[in-house]
Write a protein that binds this ligand. Sequence first.
Ligand code: PA5
Length: 470
Amino acid sequence: MTNTDNSNGRITVDYTNMIRSSVGKRGYTVKQLVGMEQVAEQAYMQVQANRGKGMQGWMDLHSNQSKVVEDILACAKSVRSKFDTFVLLGIGGSALGPIAVFNALCHLYHNELPDNKRNAPRFYCVDNVDPVRLSQLLDIIDVKTTMFNIVTKSGSTSETMSQYLIIECMLKQQLGDEYRHHIIATTSRDKGNLIKLAKKNKYKTFFIDEGVGGRFCELSPVGLLPAAVLGIDIRQLLQGAKCMDMECSSPKMFDNPALLLAVLQKMAMDNGNNITVCMPYADNLKYIADWFAQLWAESLGKAVDRQGNTVNVGQTPVKALGVTDQHSQVQLYAEGPFDKVIMFLAVEQFSKSVTIPQGCEEYENVNFLCGHTLEELMNTELYATKYALTKSGKLNYTITLPSITPHSIGQLLQLFMMQTAYCGELLNIDTYNQPGVEGGKNATYALLGRKGYEQLREEIGSSDKQDYIL
Ligand code: PA5
């Protein structure tokens, strides 16, 4: 096995297989695309006009956090010197980004590495309230050497606050007053309960700005603190995002990858492609697909447009992993309904190279593999899958990372967020709200007896029909 390195090159987008001349009748002609230029430019103007305003505070996070970054790096240094485990408690946007970046940029077996080979604390992110998961985490960590990062922008999310109560109680029992040095809060500057608790108990605190929503917050302290604790170069992460922002700075969609991808997806949605598959061909990128799924689903899945008309738009994101899911889902993608766009994430140069050694000389149908590398096999299978899907008339495009580095991951995150913002604009919806999630949250509050939700509790009680149970 050999280590290889690659400089911080730029991400490329290949949309050839969205074009009719390549994929056949369900693809788009260049004329059709050109016909979208004006609409695309309007969407661009609108998104850019709101840069930094309202819920678009995420757009400049790559450039406006120099003080915060210094504070994060200092805090991370201290955590790294005092703790062997870092646990993030959060859910949704407060968890998926940190999980994705950890898996992308750390050793795939980071937590299992022996201490002398792991230069950072172990990292766990508990983004569920499954009692087995939390109990079993407590079986393997020593709270005396663990830092807990409670992440909730609203400071009131039931799942995260339940976890907080459990951990705080346990820390107090085991550490007495010292417990407060084992909690870092990442939350809103002035809203919600966590900030009140943080002030009262003097927790180290980082802030999530009002204009940075959960699924757009990975480049805020939500993602930067855990990344810095893990030894990831957060300045490069931000620099990558900045480079992508510049790549996407043209109102002309053919010069703006995020805008072009948004337009292509909008056209695909208009033609009944209700599914988008995110299929990275690299284990390091597996959880980027999870992060993307939330970004795309929660931002674009909306019942009404900005004028209040019922539209019920959105595209269901599906997560897949190359090559693993070639042996699971690709059969459906190739031969099933014409209802999806497949987005491949490719890596040009892997950080490791593994050559398949000579052997099995007597078996030609095994021996042909010898001398090739695993990364060659991976990328050949990607090429072959794209070829087969395109031949079957299935829309697909490929985003290629030169290599997986903080810089390229920063580019990728910014690209996806910009694409989502433009797509929301093209759909004429509010990209940044989540009324569908709030409905479930409020019903939970009501059912668990939260004050102020009595009427909803009654309403739920009276609609609780169980007439068709087997
Ligand atoms: O994208 C979103 O806004 C949501 O997924 C939130 O991140 C999630 O509900 C958690 O919210 P909070 O950070 O307030 O606990």
